[in-house]
Design a protein around this ligand. Structure first.
Ligand code: ZN
Ligand code: FE
Length: 241
């Protein structure tokens, strides 16, 4: 028995995720940018929502919470340090905490950089990583609050996770990220193959997420950056790309 993650497209390029614990049938929503698509997904999956997992406070990750909370009374999980700017939390978590979700557990990983209070969740039973806006396919989040050092340290925390881990990130940014990645790492054969596959998927109107951590390790220039200074230079270059 394991946990599965299903993509729920929202707004322009946001992905929320429906988690289902196969052992117990419990459902969770991750980062609901909007209520309507999340409600539709929950109803299609059985009509009971047990948890909402939040990665950070940006509106495109939390605006669906009030309507979902009023309708389903789920346990809302988020970073204790950001409780002042997140919706009302039922479970306030910190680095290293394990949150029970059905028969499985989600491990909290503090990943400052995009925001200072940003957290990721890793569910070993199912191999699911929910990095929010920290790690994207072929990119990483903008540094709105943290430094390049913060982001480098945060991305390093994903290094110990297994290759087959599914990266279930918060946005479909892969195609534009690929253009930048190719500009800084043009000879990377794995990256070239991934970029071509991404172009094919997008041309067919399909998603490029989830992606394995193994693929990102081979292709993503931000995960491959050898130190914080290199990551900082990449991030600065991408912001004007
Ligand atoms: Zn964000
Ligand atoms: Fe976002």
């Amino acid at each position: 028995m394991t946990v599965t993650a299903t993509r729920i497209p929202m707004l322009v390029d946001n992905y929320s995720w429906l988690l289902r614990d196969q052992a117990t049938g419990k459902l969770a929503i991750v980062d609901p940018a909007a209520a309507e698509p999340a409600i539709a997904a929950v109803e299609a999956a059985g009509g009971k929502l047990d948890h909402i997992f939040l990665t950070h406070h940006h509106p495109d990750h939390i605006d669906g919470v009030p309507a979902l909370a009023a309708r389903y009374h789920p346990l809302v999980v988020g970073h204790a340090a950001d409780s002042h700017r997140l919706p009302k939390l039922d479970i306030a978590v910190r680095e290293g905490d394990l949150v029970d979700f059905g028969a499985a557990q989600a491990r909290v990983i503090a990943v400052p950089g995009h925001t200072l209070g940003h957290i990721a969740y890793y569910i070993a039973d199912g191999g699911i990583l929910l990095p929010g806006d920290t790690l994207f396919s072929l990119g990483c989040g903008r540094l709105f609050e943290g430094t390049a050092e913060d982001m480098f340290t945060s991305l390093q925390k994903f290094a110990a996770l297994p290759d087959e881990t599914l990266v279930c990130c918060g946005h479909e940014y892969t195609q534009s990220n690929a253009r930048f990645a190719l500009s800084v790492d043009p000879q990377n054969e794995a990256l070239r193959a991934r970029a071509a596959a991404v172009d094919g998927l997008r041309a067919a109107g399909q998603a490029t997420i989830p992606v394995t951590l193994a693929s990102e390790r081979a292709c993503n220039p931000f995960l491959r950056a050898p130190d914080a200074a290199s990551l900082g230079r990449l991030r600065a270059a991408k912001d004007v790309f």
